[in-house]
Design a protein around this ligand. Structure first.
Ligand SMILES: [Zn+2]
Length: 529
């Protein structure tokens, strides 16, 4: 058993009484102390603390997994494959029913672009089509969908968004960030019909097993509309809880406004051991993969593009101030260096002592583009948590290499430097933006290989033990739970995973092949292979 505590003690036995760990130590002692216990021999397996995935869009993804076309599963190689998948759906759906697709990644298509309106029209003249990118930063729509949303050649780019046009000045159907307008399913005035409550609930219930199968006992969920919270509440009411969920509710440019949240009086920590309010999340830029992350130097080949700012600076600072003063923990999505600076400037602008900021454990999400000089030092000085995704190296590292020049990627995912500076770090998947399997992320943190085997800045590699702590101990601390969960200690919640081999003795190249054989949440086995 690997508790991952300092000094890396290897233990033989763990005892669980009710929902808590009651003993950790030698086997003889355990047998003497608990003579009547039911004994589970894990037979060559290794126990580690349960995994917390500290940034997911799991509820949203569970809809993707069964209700919409999931391009992550379809794995289209070109635009023809994308339109084939739509044609298949159109063949079974009645006319007028919206066809929705998720996790479309144009850099994985031979054409390296989204399909155009005309290409989508060719397979769907009676069904509006809206296809969303990985992370939902960009949508591609057919003519019916554009018409429904009232987007035409005369529609101007909104602040923080970009409508692509063809040579004739007509929209191509590709809409970036805020330009998704009423095709953004999360907007209150969206024209994209919601999935039925019954369908959504069934999809979520089925997909929770996926979490447990990967050893995940808790998630920090990032909902963007009220349904993404209410469905979890319903699930925990109707079924035995199999995962702990902490909500970081989107506070600006979403249906769940921070001002409404503040008025409710709900604060970080409200809830119970299974469902809890973590805090509020603000997203200030787009994704690097599509050239929408806020950067300082224009993207190579795009002299006018330095990324998209999705919220107004003054409004953002005010939201940070109010949230902090009211006792809400803040998570800020900032991909590009200019977005990271905007986040750091905001925390600085609210002018509270570092100790006050650090006490609240506010988080910067992503921040993996190579930091500008002094940027990591500022993250440290402001007492912020770096919440990032080494698994992106595997998932989109090759796409970054097409967007950025090689020297612009030196120091990408700067985990080793952040550790040296003493910045609190946690790792997560941002699922469905990268794979849920935590061992894919752990391998990426250690070997730093893209999916085609290109190594991105080996000097930022860290060891397996540290990577595991960033997915077990660290997220419990970020969520103010370090006194009762996240560790294998007597008195702590019995959240643990049995894996088929010792991660610390596994060759780095094989880390992603580690299999979970049992997952225990609150003393109950929720998954047994
Ligand atoms: Zn995210």
């Amino acid at each position: 058993m690997r508790t991952l505590e300092a000094g890396d003690p290897v233990m033989e036995a763990i005892a669980i009484t009710g929902d808590k760990v009651s003993f950790v130590g030698e086997q003889d002692e355990a047998l003497a102390a608990f003579p009547d216990a039911e004994i589970v021999d894990i037979d060559g397996g290794v126990v580690i603390p349960g995994i917390t995935d500290s940034h997911t869009h799991f509820k949203r993804a569970s809809g993707v997994l069964s209700l919409h076309i999931d391009f992550d599963a379809v794995e289209p190689r070109n635009i023809g494959d994308v339109t084939d998948a739509i044609a298949d759906r159109v063949a079974i759906d009645p006319p007028g029913k919206w066809v929705q697709g998720d996790s479309l990644e144009p850099t994985r298509l031979a054409e390296k672009r989204f399909p155009t309106r005309q290409e989508l029209d060719a397979v769907s003249t009676a069904n509006p089509v809206v296809l969303r990118s990985v992370g939902r930063h960009v949508v591609a729509a057919n003519s019916l969908a554009l018409e429904a949303a009232g987007i035409d050649a005369a529609t101007p780019d909104p602040v923080g968004g970009r409508i692509e046009h063809d040579e004739a000045g007509e929209p191509t159907g590709v809409l970036h960030e805020e330009a998704k307008l009423r095709l953004d399913a999360n907007r209150a005035d969206t024209v994209v019909p919601p999935d039925s409550t019954k369908d959504r609930f069934a999809a979520l219930s089925r997909s929770v097993e996926l979490l447990n199968r990967h050893g995940i006992v808790a998630i920090h969920e990032m909902p963007r509309d009220p349904d993404q919270i209410s469905d979890w509440l319903l699930l925990h009411e109707q079924e035995r809880p199999r995962v702990r969920v902490r909500f970081y509710v989107r506070g600006l440019a979403a249906q769940t406004s921070v001002y409404d949240l503040l008025r409710t009086g709900l604060r970080s920590g409200f809830g119970n051991e299974f469902l809890k309010l973590g805090g509020v999340k603000f997203s200030i830029d787009g994704s690097g993969t599509f050239g929408n992350a806020m950067v300082y130097e224009p993207y190579p080949g795009q002299p006018d593009n330095v990324g998209l700012q999705r919220v107004e600076t003054d409004e953002f600072i005010e939201a940070v101030r109010l949230s902090h003063e009211s006792g809400l923990q803040i998570a800020v999505h900032a991909f590009g260096q200019r977005a990271v600076d905007m986040a750091l400037d905001a925390f600085q602008a609210i002018a509270v002592p570092r100790s006050d900021l650090a006490a609240r454990r506010h988080r910067i999400e992503h921040a993996y583009l190579p930091p500008r000089p002094g940027q990591l030092e500022r993250i440290h000085d402001l007492g912020l948590v770096l919440s990032t995704q080494p698994s992106f190296i595997e998932a989109v590292g090759d796409a970054w290499r097409r967007v950025f020049a090689d020297d612009e990627l030196n120091g990408v995912m700067p985990v080793a430097t952040a550790m040296e500076l003493g910045i609190p770090i946690q790792f997560n998947s941002d699922f469905p933006c990268s794979k849920l399997n935590p061992f894919v992320g752990i391998k990426a943190a250690v070997v730093r290989e893209t999916s085609t085997g290109h190594v991105l800045d080996q000097s930022q590699a860290i060891d397996v033990e540290a990577a595991l702590r960033f997915m077990t101990h660290a997220p419990a601390h970020t969520a103010f739970e370090e006194s009762w969960r996240g560790h294998l200690r007597p008195g702590y919640a019995a959240d643990l995973v049995v894996v088929d081999r010792d991660p610390l003795l596994t060759p780095p190249d094989e880390l992603d092949q580690i299999d979970v054989v049992r997952t225990v949440v609150g003393g109950e086995s929720v998954f047994v292979a």
